[in-house]
Design a protein around this ligand. Structure first.
Ligand code: SF4
Length: 435
């Protein structure tokens, strides 16, 4: 092969099959896509060993992509149930699945995913190390943390969240500048605890070059983890978050020097008025590397509805430059999501992503809406269902409250503005009260 990673190929002017497939989906010229990839502003996460992958590109000027977190855990050990959730998630439009398994035979599950799943697969090796070594946290050695990264690479994952931004310096600042909710990143809390107990530097930071070599070998996209993402609106944009982001900016450059594709993870919980500025700071510090946001959740008071708090923040974040949204379900902060929660979370994220794409002027985004509006004007219900984000729900709702007149709906009945306007503009008499 004449190239190592997709970024390397782009820099050498080689058009790969993955670039062609992704450009077609974006209705974009492949040369244009390749030029953005060469600069690191677009990525195609695609481990050479993930042969069932249907590639997608991620970048702020492309269609916003969404990720769904799933995986086996102590409270949901059944691999087949989790695989079923994965296949539902892909059918519902998720471009990416993050396997956050934290219990049992995680390797078999991970390998099953990369064998069968056409979506990008991401993992967080820190979680898996704790399960795999099955010993007290402080006894895990630096070498063992790194061995897990290689194992995930061999298993075919397309991107890995590596919490390398929380080094000793950031940890020191975090301790000096108290937060309301400390560290809420699962991986961040694990590596912080390990550093505190062993007194050692974060191995993912200390041995970053070695991790980059692994990423280069398999073409794994580095997802630079945000251990210090704010866990409440009060902690948003604080010293720890920004300190870590500065480090992630430096690590982005080091990855690009080795042709390793990078995206940067971001907040978290954040008041609405801070989101646009955060996107700008990230794009500046990380030189346009795609931003992968976890929410942001714009208020802390709505457990049970956090798919909505996250969708509001996600839409704003993506409109101002984020490329990739991690879904949030109504079960966030409360319990593991059920299949219904997964569906609600995906739909909320897809709405946020699409709303942002319209605002950004992404190719073809508003066309979809215009087709829906044309069908509405014609009261063409079959066409409306065909164009729906969730046709099953739309059909069910209409069937549950059948209108007296088939062409309208039970919302306004005879007062249907659409129908009455169509009629009056066609020269008909409109009476309403006795029709
Ligand atoms: S009845 Fe009202 S809500 Fe229903 S299609 Fe007509 S205008 Fe729209």
């Amino acid at each position: 092969m004449q190239y190592t990673t997709q970024m390397d190929a782009a820099r050498k002017g080689i058009i790969t099959g993955e670039m062609e497939a992704a450009a077609k989906k974006e209705q974009m010229d492949v040369q244009e896509l390749m030029a953005l990839m060469a600069k690191g502003q677009v990525i195609i996460p695609c481990n050479k060993k993930h042969t069932s992958l249907e590639p997608n590109a991620i970048g702020s000027m492309l269609r916003t992509k969404i990720n769904v977190n799933l995986g086996i855990s102590r409270d949901c050990k059944d691999m087949d149930i989790e695989i079923e959730k994965v296949s539902h998630a892909v059918k519902m439009g998720a471009e990416s699945i993050m396997d956050l398994s934290s219990y049992g035979d995680t390797r078999t599950f991970r390998r099953r995913l990369t064998k069968e799943c056409p979506a990008m697969i991401g993992t967080v090796p820190i979680y898996d190390a704790v399960v795999y070594y099955h010993k007290p946290l402080k006894e895990i050695t630096s070498r063992q943390w790194l061995d897990i990264v290689r194992m995930h690479a061999e298993d075919g994952v397309d991107f890995m969240t590596i919490h390398c931004g929380i080094n000793k310096e950031t940890a020191g600042r975090f301790k000096r500048n108290k937060r309301l909710t400390n560290i809420v990143s699962r991986g961040g809390s694990i590596i912080f605890a390990w550093m505190e107990m062993t007194g050692q530097e974060n191995p993912f930071y200390e041995h970053y070059d070695e991790i980059l070599e692994i990423c280069r070998e398999y073409d794994i996209t580095m997802s630079l983890g945000d251990a210090c993402r704010p866990g409440c609106i009060r902690d948003a944009s604080d010293i720890s978050q920004i300190q870590e982001l500065i480090t992630l900016g430096e690590l982005t450059k080091r990855a690009w020097e080795k042709d390793v594709q990078v995206m940067v993870e971001g907040p978290g919980h954040m008041p609405l008025d801070q989101i646009a500025a955060n996107m700008k700071i990230q794009q500046t510090l990380c030189q346009g590397a795609p931003f992968y946001v976890l929410g942001p959740l714009v208020t802390d008071i709505a457990p049970g509805y956090d798919h909505i708090t996250a969708a509001i923040g996600g839409a704003i974040a993506a409109a101002y430059g984020a490329s990739f949204l991690c879904y949030v379900t109504p079960a966030e902060h409360l319990r593991l999501p059920s299949l219904d929660d997964v569906k609600e979370g995906i739909m909320a994220s897809r709405i946020a992503a699409h709303a942002a794409d319209i605002a950004k002027g992404v190719r073809g985004a508003a066309d979809w809406d215009n087709k829906m509006s044309a069908a509405r004007k014609k009261l063409d219900w079959e066409e409306m269902f065909r164009l729906c984000l969730d046709p099953e729900k739309a059909k069910r709702f209409r069937a549950e409250a059948k209108p007296e007149k088939e062409d309208t709906c039970s919302m306004c009945g005879n007062f249907c503005a659409v129908k009455n306007m169509n009629r009056i503009l066609e020269g008909e008499i409109v009476n309403i009260y006795d029709e």
